[in-house]
Design a protein around this ligand. Structure first.
Ligand code: Q46
Ligand code: ZN
Ligand code: ZN
Length: 312
């Protein structure tokens, strides 16, 4: 197998692009695809102050690495979710990467700062762990970006993630969510601009990028993800992709080109109804925002007591 560009031995085949690449040209391909997404969707410009939401996994470390290499002024934000060893390990990967590049990593620990962790807090609040976790992360990312004066918040969502979310939203015709499923959400009062520069790249490509670039990342999946619907959707799409290379990209990027705008009205209507949370000032459709309500429910029991009940 030879590199399509330079004819040297290739290290990866890209069936969807009918190409094979050596390490140098694969890294260039990943960078070019990221730049293409940034330009096509007008995500950001080189003068922007960028905050990257970093989990310690391959996607978020890779997007941070690519943006730094492209010359962006990009800090990282890590949120400690209190998910046992998984959180401890993932934090170390985020810190190690930040140290290796000599860049700023902002850390927020929800146990120390808000008095709950995701396993116990979600139980106390009677929410699924990923729902409590997603809500907490979204709120804290937004707040950190606004408080820190960042122009844009970057997440490492890749093509596989976005195609799986789209698949779930279409299966259940969640039209309001379809209206928001764009790789750029513009800034508005209380919300930073949010962008997903990896939407043209899949999971396998991001893992390969990290390995070839010498980036150590947490390989283990979050233990709370077991059995979650999102993983089922990803597996279903991977089955389709096996027989039709490019199907995933057509599905998601085709949606953005041909259908997404048909749903934007619904989410705009929902957004107009937002006021301000009386406790934290975040945009909220109700008097107290969902995050403040979650914290209140999640901390009803002292954290120390509830933690002892967590299964290992
Ligand atoms: S970290 Fe949180 Fe994910 Fe773990 S609890 Fe679910 S949402 S799976 S990206
Ligand atoms: Zn090459
Ligand atoms: Zn609030």
């Amino acid at each position: 197998m030879k590199c399509t560009v330079c004819r040297e031995p290739a290290v990866i085949d890209m069936r969807r692009h009918n190409s094979n690449f050596c390490a140098t040209h694969f890294t260039k391909f990943v960078r070019d695809q990221t730049v293409k997404a940034i330009d096509e969707f007008e995500m950001m410009t080189p003068g922007d102050k960028v905050l990257v939401a970093v989990s310690g996994g391959k996607d978020s470390l890779a997007v941070w690495d690519i943006l730094l290499d492209l010359g962006y002024d990009a800090s990282g934000l890590y949120i400690g979710l209190g998910i046992g060893d998984y959180s401890d390990n993932s934090k170390n990967y985020a810190r190690d990467y930040a140290n290796s590049r000599g860049v700023e990593l902002i850390e927020i620990d929800i146990v120390e700062e808000y008095g709950y962790d995701i396993p116990d807090g979600s139980r106390a609040a009677r929410r699924a762990p990923c729902s409590a976790c997603g809500l907490s992360k979204r709120h804290l990312f937004d707040q950190a970006a606004i408080d820190g004066g960042f122009d844009v918040l970057v997440t490492g969502h890749n093509l596989d993630d976005e195609a799986a979310v789209l698949f779930g939203n279409v299966l259940h015709w969640q039209t309001e969510y379809l209206g928001r499923q764009h790789p750029v959400l513009p800034a508005r009062q209380g919300f930073p601009r949010k962008v997903k520069p990896l939407v043209r790249l899949g999971e396998r490509e991001m893992a390969a990028y990290c390995i070839l670039s010498g980036i150590d990342y947490i390989v283990d999946e979050c233990p709370m993800a077991v059995g979650n619907k999102h993983i089922g959707y990803k597996n279903a799409l991977n089955e389709i992709e096996k027989n039709s290379p490019g199907a995933k990209a057509d599905f998601y990027l085709g949606f953005l080109r041909k259908a997404a705008e048909k749903f934007t009205g619904e989410s705009a209507e929902a957004r107009e109804a937002l006021g301000e949370c009386s406790q934290c000032g975040a945009p909220s459709p109700s008097e107290v925002c969902a995050f403040c309500r979650l914290v209140e429910k999640a901390t009803r029991q002292p954290v120390e007591i509830s933690r002892k009940k967590v299964a290992p």
